[in-house]
Design a protein around this ligand. Structure first.
Ligand code: NOJ
Length: 732
């Protein structure tokens, strides 16, 4: 109410429009944009230039900020999602001396109103086209309220599920992450948003999985593992890049000129702008590399951070640094040019008052829901399915559905949740399953917990009694939303709260159990795995997710997701990934060979793993040629057959290994994949093209090498591949 009143007062007392420049049609071609940017820059005062290089921390009421916009001192805002305020900011920007339009930023990632599953689940679909569509739908919802800049995609490769932010990325593999990075940038941009690919770079490798801690990354690791998804995003047109919070080899990225200016801007030719992360410039003081915010701001700016997200230092100190020569005006101009270029590219100079009058615009909710459902359906990963526990057929009889979450309409357990204000209708798993009960089937429900995240038990005895009356137990658990996302790392990755304790009691009944796990990371499910017949990873399935879950549990739709992250057996195996380097002493079980003495060497479920309601055989791998030159290409044909009695989808995965190289190379690297659907008995040959130029790696000096050497190519339905053959790369 107070908010509304202040807003009304502001609208009534807004100053009359100042001299508003006459608008010419905004330029479109790159050359015309450069000319327009140059011309505009020439008219700007230093104060106006610096205004383009920061936004303040979100503060209510907005009126002082709106006045600062009118004076040309702020060129962007964060987290303004109320269209009335966006209109007021836009009007103030139009009224400012030069009428430069604003950027309105939020973390529009997978939810405004309708919540999609989070990006880790998108990667589990192995369908970049679905991620493109999901990004597009999210972007349209954001654009409908006036937002035009999203802080997405997050493309940090991570091999450490203790790190809470794995939920926002595409998992452990650079190739898979690059495919999703490009798709997400394209989708958000098609929906009308500028993107900010983040967090440049290496943020996914924090020591011990603890968020914000330092990373130690060698040049080859940086260039081969962490950089590729950023390159993919830039190729897809990401207008901005967000620098990460972390240090790399001791130097915070926020002041790292070698990475931000030399690598990103010069080597990769990025001509959009680089923003800091939230208050990261101020945090250089905490990193112990600057005495105060002024020194931090100068350090960050000189490193190439064009835009200050909410630290306030650019606004306060850049002008002084220009006056006393610490910063050159040419450097300020370069940063401003980058920001203006993005604003022109987005078409913001074309906007008129009328563009803001219609806010918020209607979005076709049916289409958004449909996409959200499709992503959820394709993202579920069936880790285990013994004794044909799934799908729940009419022969199942009585089903005990256990878990408060199964009767909860809360659909936003994932980290970013909906950035908008409305809560969409959502079906519960209980309701969705009840609808699907066939004659002879009965569903009994027991919540067991006091809350959906299973923090406190409420009635364990009733849940056990229900299990005893049932033929099968469907137990729905959720990784507590409070323990994932930014700033939340876990040392223990077992089921959170009291959920394992409840599972122990259910398992003691001896009834078959289907475990449905909602999570934003890879968990340690070794105990659970011994206790249940089936495990379905549902990630956080979002607004349409519980309906999708019922469809998959009852077999209307078959699961088809594959893991984008390895599921370890225990926390001690972390960091973990499929693409390790070989050792001089491969594990044999005897002393002085690599591995753990108190743990198996394999993960619980490998990268790429996922079952469905049918089975597949990998019959053959055939190369078009046994060798190619360093500039050559060969085709790899992989024949897959559906050996079960139902139709089903399979992600056919192709991996390579360089067998002899100038440095040790990973035992396997994903090179291609394709999701196919086969009828029972149907066989298909999938053709992949391998290009020698894509099989190289970087050395310590940062040179990219494609070596003439023997290689192995492997194919299968997971990184635990079924087929292999060898080929050669020759110099000529
Ligand atoms: C900090 C996070 O690291 C970043 O990903 C996010 O975009 C900003 N906060 C703004 O919300």
């Amino acid at each position: 109410m107070r908010f509304l009143l202040l807003f009304t007062l502001f609208v009534l007392s807004a100053a009359p429009a100042a001299a508003n420049p006459v608008r010419e049609a905004a330029p479109r071609s790159p050359a015309a944009i450069e000319a327009a940017v140059g011309k505009l820059l020439g008219r700007m005062t230093l104060k106006e230039k610096i205004g383009q290089l920061h936004f303040p921390s979100l503060a209510f009421p907005h009126e002082p900020q709106i006045e600062a916009v009118r004076r040309g001192e702020i060129g962007a805002m964060l987290n303004v999602v109320d269209p009335r305020y966006i209109k007021a900011f836009a009007a103030a920007a139009r009224d400012s001396r030069l009428g430069i339009p604003m950027l309105y930023a939020i973390d529009a990632i997978y939810a405004l109103k309708i919540t999609f599953p989070p990006p880790l689940a998108w990667a589990a679909t192995w369908r970049p086209d679905l991620a493109e569509r999901a990004s597009y739908e999210v972007a349209r919802e954001a654009r409908a309220v006036g937002v035009n800049w999203t802080f997405a995609p997050m493309v940090d490769v991570s091999r450490d599920p203790r790190w809470g932010r794995v939920i926002e990325g595409a998992g452990e593999d650079a190739f898979l992450a690059s495919a999703f990075s490009a798709a997400r940038v394209s989708g958000y941009r098609r929906g009308g948003l500028a993107t900010s690919v983040k967090h440049f770079v290496g943020y996914g490798a924090p020591e011990g999985g603890r968020d914000y801690t330092g990373t130690e990354i060698s040049t080859p690791e940086l260039l081969d593992r962490y950089l590729p998804p950023f390159k993919a995003a830039l190729e897809a047109g990401s207008e901005t890049v967000m620098a990460s919070f972390n240090t790399i080899n001791g130097v915070p990225v926020t002041m790292n000129r070698a990475l931000v200016t030399d690598l990103l801007k010069k080597q990769l030719g990025f001509d959009g702008f680089v923003t800091s992360d939230f208050v990261a410039i101020g945090e250089l003081v905490n990193h112990g590399v600057a005495r105060d915010l002024e020194e931090a701001s100068v350090l960050a700016f000189k490193a190439g951070i064009d835009f200050d997200m909410a630290s306030g230092g650019y606004d306060l100190y850049l002008a002084r640094a220009v006056a006393d020569g610490r910063i050159k005006m040419a450097a300020i101009d370069d940063a401003v040019r980058r920001v203006l270029r993005v604003k022109y590219r987005l078409g913001l100079f074309d906007q008129t008052a009328a563009d803001f009058d219609g806010l918020p615009r209607a979005v076709d909710e049916v289409a958004v829901r449909q996409s959200a459902r499709e992503v959820a359906l394709e993202s579920f990963v069936l880790l285990k399915n013994e004794n044909a526990a799934l799908p729940l057929t009419s022969a199942t009889g009585t089903i005990a559905l256990i878990g408060t979450s199964a009767d909860s309409a809360q659909h936003d357990h994932s980290w970013w949740g909906p950035a908008g204000h409305q809560k969409p209708e959502t079906e519960t798993l209980r309701a969705a399953l009840e609808k699907r009960m066939r004659p002879g089937q009965t569903l009994i429900f027991e919540p067991a917990f006091a809350d959906p995240c299973g923090r406190e038990l409420k009635d364990k005895a009733a849940a056990v009694a229900a299990a005893k009356r049932a033929d099968v137990v469907v137990y729905n658990v959720i990784e507590d939303c409070e323990i994932q996302g930014e700033g939340v790392s876990r040392a223990k990755l077992t089921l959170s709260g009291r959920q394992q304790e409840m599972l122990d009691a259910l398992a003691a009944t001896g009834k078959p159990i289907v475990l449905v796990v909602e999570t934003g990371r890879a968990l340690v499910l070794a105990d659970a795995e011994r206790q249940v017949d089936a495990i379905l990873i549902a990630w956080h399935p979002g607004t349409e997710g519980r309906t999708a879950l019922a469809e998959v549990l009852t077999g209307e739709v078959s699961p088809s997701g594959k893991l984008p992250m390895t599921f370890p057996r225990s926390e001690g195996q972390i960091p973990i990934s499929y693409n390790l380097l070989p050792t001089g002493r491969p594990f044999t079980g005897s002393r002085y060979t690599t591995g753990y003495v108190d743990e198996k060497q394999t993960p619980l479920y490998p990268f790429g793993h996922g079952l469905t309601y049918t089975t597949f055989a990998y019959d053959e791998i055939v190369l078009s040629e046994p060798k190619m030159t360093v500039r050559g290409e060969i085709d790899v044909d992989v024949t897959v057959r559906n050996t079960g009695s139902r139709a089903g989808s399979e992600v056919v995965q192709l991996y390579t290994r360089q067998l002899v190289a100038s440095r040790s190379r990973p035992v396997k690297e994903l090179r291609a994949f394709e999701k196919i659907t086969l009828k029972p008995g149907e066989s298909r040959t999938v053709r992949f093209r391998l290009k020698a130029k894509d099989l190289g790696f970087h050395d310590d000096a940062g040179r990219y090498l494609v070596e003439a050497a023997p290689y192995k190519v492997m194919a299968g339905g997971s990184s635990d591949t079924a087929l292999a053959t060898d080929f050669l790369i020759t110099r000529e």
